[in-house]
Ligand binder design. Sequence first.
Ligand code: FEO
Length: 169
Amino acid sequence: MNAKVHELLNQQINKELYSAYLYLDFSNYFKARGLDGFANWYMIQAQEERDHAMLFYTYLQNENMPVTLESIDKPDKLLDSDMNVLRHGLEHEKLVTSLINDIYEAAYSARDFRTMQFLDWFVKEQGEEETKANDLISKMELFGSDPKGLYMLNQELAARVYSAPSLVL
Ligand code: FEO
């Protein structure tokens, strides 16, 4: 495997684990606010991020490439309002999309078609992640300022259940 592609894939394990850590922080924020539905939504988001990390980890192992685990940064977003938490979520997903694109670009330059095929799932997933984060902001804008609306939205988010990723390695 090309050295740059390897480095970026290995780095992505860390980025996805950081994402899990960040969403765990979001979940903790909403739990403390008494909004259990929002807390549930971000807890499941954190689980999905851990799954993403494991996909990169397993892919490198399957390719007989070394995996190096680095320290995970502390969640660094200022969680000072419900809406800001949601906005940080969207901003973070956009960053992850750009990281996936960078790996794709490196794989493309190296003619690493297997890695490109592996990354296809993540390209699609990132589209969905951004849509989900955007939808949540829209709903919050529409209903969040009304206590009854916030209550209903919290109920809706409480119903989110975890499902394992559709990509199996
Ligand atoms: Fe693993 Fe939310 O991107």
